[in-house]
Design a protein around this ligand. Sequence first.
Ligand SMILES: Nc1ncnc2c1ncn2[C@@H]1O[C@H](COP(=O)(O)OP(=O)(O)OP(=O)(O)O)[C@@H](O)[C@H]1O
Ligand SMILES: [Mg+2]
Length: 318
Amino acid sequence: MYKHPRLTSVKIKGYRPFRDFVAPLSPLEVIVGSNGSGKSCLFEFLKFLRDGMQGDIPSEIIPGSIGQQIFHIPGPKKFAWDLEIDLADGVPVRYQGELTGPRIRHEVSTERVESATEGVRPFLFLDRRGNQGFIHQPAGEVHAEIQQEMVSRRDRLALGTIADPRMKILLQLGDYIRSWRFYSTFNIATDKIRKPVLVEPEPWLDEDGGNLSAVLHYLMTEHPELFDQLQLHLRGQIRGFQSLTVKARSAPGEVMTFWREQGCDRELSLADLSDGSLRLICWFRPLPAPQPALSDLYRRTRTGPSSPDLSSSSCLLR
Ligand SMILES: Nc1ncnc2c1ncn2[C@@H]1O[C@H](COP(=O)(O)OP(=O)(O)OP(=O)(O)O)[C@@H](O)[C@H]1O
Ligand SMILES: [Mg+2]
């Protein structure tokens, strides 16, 4: 049976508030904690890895941040990660790495991907140390040409540079990390949402919600039951709301969402809606992923003073 790949555990050492953070993850986690407990930093760190799969690591590490103390204080100018991931075909792997300072001139010093099947000797798929690195196939063969490419850039994660189709596990792992999405309730581009957008074949909701009409078009045509659920949800939340529909508009291939409400004898479009109504649509749970995760586990975290260990202070609620 096909399984979705899944992040099952995160360890972070030396990044911002995380002196030595570890958290096993179930399919759905809700992270709650007081101000400054490290919630945003956890997602920021995962986002750093996601962005590292598709481009250079920016000089300030987190794009757009200036003057941030990236390395945990007090501590050395380096941070490390150790992720456990179950890949789609059930292969558990571990992705470890380390980035060393100083700030602005940091470099990826180590990176390692190995199998993590319990009781079985790990197989090393990728091993990078400073300027040396190897990539192995399960048959044990080393590919020198990829080796050169991956070590030549110290401001890039080697895993993100793998393109050889023979490296199935490394490609699957890179693609999975690249597919992570981080939605913020604050970061919604209502100006983009108000304009027609191009239809996409199987769209993911952009992190700023900008392609909302393309996603609604996909739900309306491919998942009408979810589209109806959304309308039901809006009827319960917005007085007078009647229906939504997505239609072709302006340039070829572009669509726009239209809205009917009581007391308005003409259709309105998303261009006419309030910021709050647009946010409410974006927050509809199945929008980012029409096939939702199955489990309902909730994590609650307590805070520590300056170096919270969210794992040891967390408890699980059902
Ligand atoms: N380099 C660093 N070394 C040690 N601690 C740091 C470092 N950088 C940030 N911190 C701590 O991490 C905190 C920021 O954590 P974060 O932004 O993840 O909190 P949060 O849980 O998202 O809080 P909120 O609920 O207010 O958004 C800072 O307030 C500071 O205490
Ligand atoms: Mg925060």
